[in-house]
Design a protein around this ligand. Structure first.
Ligand SMILES: C[S@@+](CC[C@H](N)C(=O)[O-])C[C@H]1O[C@@H](n2cnc3c(N)ncnc32)[C@H](O)[C@@H]1O
Length: 257
């Protein structure tokens, strides 16, 4: 099987983690979009409890911490990401308010209705949009907010090549209207939905990967799996440039009723 036919799920998570641990972000996004989303959240105070799920090394978490009061707990499956997350918090002198812990987003070791805000950028597809919205609601206080970015279709129809690629990566992927209705059915009042700008993908995600890809290939010279993985990551960037009119990440914000 060549890399053109592979799906991201066929690559070892430790390999993906090693590759992304050297990058500032592990998914598309930007400080501007994080701050824009944060502007829809009211009533945060120094006592507020915020959860950032699938936080990675904390790119968006540190922006949140610099623009919102309260304490932030970041959770990610990978210990290496959490080590880097806690080191990044310490570098910015945020260690008293920002703490990372290893855990899975679908089995949270946390109390019910403890949080004022649940944040998650680029991660919810891993545990399912509908399933996670329903599960995470239990950890939010009444009136608390959820803010997540999620891969979404911009149109009802799309070319077969990109349709297949995303169905392999995120089988549940759907249109913005559909996703808003899922959020509403899960018991949130939809507050807003807006698409992430193109530079979130290009300047902040694909372009920083280029030197990392060269370096990773050198570090693993002759390793066919690594070559396939880099081929896959390059294909993701090519497909985005060809089909970006049809899909992107959307910030969905809702309020628990
Ligand atoms: C696309 S990355 C986004 C990371 C970061 N939020 C960002 O935007 O840069 C997805 C993250 O979800 C994490 N992840 C995947 N499955 C998870 C799970 N079941 N529980 C917790 N984290 C998970 C990955 O380790 C990774 O850090």
């Amino acid at each position: 099987m060549n890399d053109e036919n592979k799906s991201i799920h066929e690559f070892d998570m430790n390999l993906i983690c090693e590759y992304f641990s050297q990058l500032e972000r592990q998914g598309p996004g930007s400080p501007e979009m994080t701050v824009k989303a944060l502007n829809f959240i009211d009533n945060l105070t120094a006592e507020s409890q915020i959860l950032d799920l699938g936080c990675g090394t904390g790119g968006q978490t540190m922006v949140l911490a610099q623009h919102a009061p309260g304490k932030i707990t970041g959770i990610d499956l990978f210990p290496k990401f959490i080590d880097l997350f806690n080191a990044n918090a310490a570098k910015l002198n945020l260690q008293d308010r920002v703490k990372g812990m290893v855990g899975s987003m679908d089995s949270l070791p946390l109390g019910n209705e403890e949080f004022d805000l649940i944040w998650s950028e680029g991660a919810i597809a891993n545990t399912g949009f509908e399933k996670s919205l329903n599960y995470w609601k239990g950890f939010l206080k009444k009136g608390g907010y959820i803010a997540v970015t999620y891969e979404s279709w911009f149109t009802d129809e799309r070319p077969a090549e990109i349709g297949k690629w995303w169905l392999d990566a995120v089988p549940e992927i759907d249109t913005i209207g559909h996703n808003i209705s899922i959020m509403q059915k899960a018991g949130y009042v939809p507050v807003t939905a807006f698409t992430l700008s193109e530079n979130c993908w290009t300047d902040n995600y694909f372009i920083p990967q280029k030197p990392r890809q060269e370096e990773f290939l050198k570090e693993h010279a002759g390793n066919k799996t690594v070559e396939d993985f880099i081929g896959f990551m390059r294909q993701e960037a090519e497909l985005y440039s060809k089909y970006k009119a049809y899909y992107g990440y959307v910030f969905y914000i809702g309020r628990k009723i």
